[in-house]
Design a protein around this ligand. Structure first.
Ligand SMILES: [Zn+2]
Ligand SMILES: [Zn+2]
Length: 57
């Protein structure tokens, strides 16, 4: 079973979330994905902090 991460703002999974997506740390909008804590992070910040994103089906 794959984990479903839920957006902390709207309580919807990433594929249903329609929030403005930008990195919580640096406000970047490039390659932003939802992480386990329900916040969005860009690729650089995810790699720097070792955040996991939801696995694609
Ligand atoms: Zn959302
Ligand atoms: Zn960032």
């Amino acid at each position: 079973m794959r984990k479903i991460f839920i957006c902390a703002v709207c309580n919807l999974p990433e594929e249903k979330c329609t929030c403005d997506r930008y990195c919580t740390f640096c406000r970047n909008t490039y390659s932003v994905r939802l992480a386990e804590d329900g916040q969005y992070y860009c690729r650089d910040c995810r790699e720097a902090c070792d955040y996991k994103v939801q696995e694609d089906a």
